[in-house]
Design a protein around this ligand. Structure first.
Ligand SMILES: [Zn+2]
Length: 314
């Protein structure tokens, strides 16, 4: 079965202004690497603008937040507009945000129906910092959480897991999943670092598993955290669908953080997660792009992640 790549040209129209790390060139860098012959067997589909996208968003965010963001994002914007010091939108952001959510829904449909082995959503804006009632950290909607709720509502998946190896803690996913024991959130991240959350003691109702790492930690410590904390908890949880918040800013070349991972570490993590998905949920994985701000490291890391998804799904 194929691996699905879901993306859309409009993701470059989400303009965050000059000098912003979460920029359109990230999509172009990934496009270039995924154009290589190695990826010819990827099934490529467009991230849809779906009629049910707002209903899906409202499973994870308040209606008041959706309406507030819609009013700002579809109103007149002269160039760019800051929602907070980090989070910037432009005239193209609303469609991009809805299609980024739509990519996750489309991936869930394909993977849950058995039409694809697994899926990678090459999207922006990213999602894991967006909370139920606020945009934050370059993120507008919680793409992964929304995909998880959708899988429960439409495909009968009961237990949903999000594994997050972005270098930042996914405070938004954690907040949205906090009090539901059938939703799992497991994260490795640098700490202290933005957004400041992600301590081991933040455990929800026993469904949140944080594995903070220190600046300077490399692949060895990352793998140890994964093997001692994230994977055993994920195994005990036993997901019906595994979502990955796939950020690549823990790479040693990334300008926003100080972990020392290399491409091989992302391949290893992808393999371990795929192994877990095989054991519990027929290999069903929907992976969603989060961060990664050094263009070369991002492109290379996405390449090994997607190639690994293809290899395990074949
Ligand atoms: Zn990040």
């Amino acid at each position: 079965m194929a691996t699905l790549l879901i993306t859309h040209p409009c993701f470059v129209d989400h303009d965050t202004g000059s000098g912003h790390p979460e920029r359109a060139e990230r999509m172009r860098a990934i496009d270039m690497v995924l154009a290589h012959d190695v990826f010819k067997d990827l099934r490529r589909e467009e991230a849809p603008l779906r009629d049910d996208v707002e209903a899906a968003i409202k499973r994870a965010h308040t209606a008041a937040y959706l309406e507030k963001l819609r009013a700002i994002a579809t109103g007149p914007i002269n160039g760019t507009r800051h929602l907070d010091p980090d989070t910037v939108i432009s005239a193209g952001s609303w469609e991009a945000a809805l299609r980024a959510v739509g990519a996750g829904l489309h991936g869930v449909d394909a993977v849950m129906s058995g039409r694809a082995a697994n899926a990678f959503c090459q999207v922006r804006p990213p999602g894991h910092h967006a909370e139920s009632e606020r945009a934050m950290g370059f993120c507008l909607f919680s793409n992964a959480a929304i995909a998880g709720f959708y899988a429960r509502a439409k495909h009968g998946a009961e237990r949903i897991a999000v594994a997050d190896f972005d270098v930042h803690h996914g405070n938004g996913t954690q907040e949205i999943f906090w009090s539901d024991k059938d939703l799992f959130y497991g994260s490795t991240h640098q700490m202290p670092l933005f957004p400041g959350t992600g301590a081991v003691s933040e455990a929800g109702v026993g469904n949140i598993f944080n594995a903070p790492l220190r600046a300077g930690d490399g692949g060895e410590r990352f793998r140890a955290a994964f093997e001692s904390r994230i994977l055993p908890a994920l195994h005990d949880f036993g997901p019906d669908l595994l979502l990955i918040s796939a950020g690549f800013d823990a790479h040693k070349a990334d300008p926003l953080a100080n972990l020392e991972l290399v491409e091989a570490d992302f391949m290893w993590a992808t393999e371990r997660l795929a192994d877990m998905a095989k054991r519990h949920c027929h290999g069903r994985i929907v992976s969603l792009l989060e961060g990664g701000y050094d263009l070369t490291a991002l492109a290379r890391s996405v390449a090994v992640h997607v190639k690994t998804l293809m290899d395990v799904g074949a």
